[in-house]
Design a protein around this ligand. Structure first.
Ligand code: HEM
Length: 146
């Protein structure tokens, strides 16, 4: 990720952040619309709290762009917990699509091809670490059940 891309992510996040809960509401609406199998995982979830947690983690990632390596362990732990939530690999594609779509809606003209690419890169990076950890944990769960 280039310094220019980091700048674009920080600037666009600063535009989304004052909208508080709104982008997160839109994100989950979109996710459940494009992937009903994802909605089934949140049946017992306090969505008000969940929206806060999601925004918080994304905020931490945005503030750590210069040192994402330091987040690896935290993100791996998060990915491992996702195996326990029933998350499958393909769900990460749905979450990525819903996230990018939400940012596009909220940023309007600010959603330029460069901004879109920068967000695609950061999501791919984070989700890559999470999906590996989720998969490893799922394998571990399968092994211990055998
Ligand atoms: C970069 C991608 C993602 C991020 C940053 C993220 C972030 C979070 C965070 C911070 C939590 C709170 C609980 C915890 O810390 O363990 C959480 C819970 C959860 N996430 Fe994710 N998540 C991501 C991807 C996904 C995907 C792909 C799915 C599948 C649809 C998913 C489904 C869930 C579920 C079902 C919970 C548990 C809700 C509950 O407590 O009832 N997440 N996620």
């Amino acid at each position: 990720m280039t310094p220019f891309q980091k700048k674009l992510i920080r600037a666009s996040w600063a535009q989304v952040l004052p909208l508080a809960d709104q982008p997160a509401v839109l994100f989950y609406q979109r996710l459940f619309q494009i992937d009903p199998s994802a909605q089934a995982l949140f049946l017992d979830t306090d969505m008000v709290l969940q929206r806060k947690k999601l925004l918080q983690v994304l905020g931490v990632a945005v503030s750590s762009l210069d040192n994402l390596g330091a987040l690896t362990k935290t993100v791996e732990d998060l990915g491992r917990r996702h195996a326990g939530y029933g998350v499958k690999d393909q769900h990460y594609d749905s979450v990525g699509a819903a996230l990018l779509w939400t940012l596009e809606q909220k940023l309007g003209a600010g959603w330029t091809p460069d901004v879109a690419l920068a967000w695609t890169e950061i999501y791919t990076l984070l989700a890559g670490v999470m999906r590996r950890a989720t998969q490893d944990a799922r394998l571990g769960i399968a092994k211990s059940a055998a």
